[in-house]
Design a protein around this ligand. Sequence first.
Ligand code: FMN
Length: 369
Amino acid sequence: MKILALSGSLRAASINSALLRVTRDLAPAAIEVCLFTRLGDLPLYNPDLENAPPAVAQRLREEVASADAMLIASPEYAHGVSGTIKNALDWLVAFEGFADKPVAILNATPRARHADAALRETLITMSATLIEAASITLSLPSANISEAELLAMPEIVSLLTDVLAKIQRTVKRLPDMKPFLGSSLYIDSQHPAIVAQAAKLAEGCADEEAIAKRCFEFVRDEIKHSWDYRLTPVTCKASEVLIHGTGYCYAKSHLLAALLRANAIPAGLCYQRLTLDGNQPPYCLHGLNAVYLVQYGWYRVDARGNKPGVAADFCPPLEKLAFSIVNPLEQDLPDIHAEPLTAVIKALTEHQTVEQVYEHLPDVEETSE
Ligand SMILES: Cc1cc2nc3c(=O)[nH]c(=O)nc-3n(C[C@H](O)[C@H](O)[C@H](O)COP(=O)(O)O)c2cc1C
């Protein structure tokens, strides 16, 4: 696997360039980290040259096209991104080979938040696939540290090794997992509140399974089911659910999917068709999640919130959902969806109160499996 590394600093003793060289030195045999060291040779971007770019811009594009992922480390200058990195990205804006490219960002200056945010905004606008879990801020004692000194810092070595592993995992999964890792209107995993909460939940976790469990328990226990607690507003987008602390089962499943995706863990939406009460109609959909765990594959979890008679849990490979199928017209719908069903979106966006949603809970026709 090839990772193309770009440093946004031209300074000879640049900490950003040093971090990228150290990352290259730490890469295992299966990962080749290539530093593109000619960003300083790029002329200022000129759209007139889009179809006949200068040789160095063409070379950059070829390197981007052949890379499986990119790693960018760049300084903040006067609360903005450096001209070096912005100019390089401008040469890639209209380049097809850049779209959807998985990109991770290293921020070597914790106080430099403007450039980090601006760089993310630019990359998202350019349709890059931001690898949030591998995008980290490093606290370094000074901006003048050599590679040898960085390599002698176990914490930095561990963080950079982890960045490489996370990029590799993301790239390996991308062909079929891409829809289950992306941010969208309702599973808005790149919303700042989701990114921050996802990072908080991942803190101190030993592996992905631990992160997934933490995210599940957070949504199950800390986000109140809107009907159980009769809470407004009616939420639908993952970020709304997080901000208001409430949601119907479907909305809670949007939040759990977003928190998992923000941690680079593939997550989808599943549905059951259940009776509302006892053994007879009416029926309605119930929303839950499937999370992809490397060790077990897809694993269904239900974070609707426990209550007397409902005890869902995260204990893979054992499935412990909130509800079991008890009557012939109830169903476990077989598909794992990357996006919510239209009927669900309709129910959550066309009604203003929890009572109105309850009166119009989404349903689908009975399907033959
Ligand atoms: C002209 C200039 C402007 C800077 N502006 C900021 C700034 O706005 N915010 C900040 O946190 N650091 C700022 N810095 C500090 C750099 O981000 C910091 O020194 C960084 O380590 C430089 O990256 P490098 O070591 O890769 O060259 C500035 C540095 C220079 C030279």
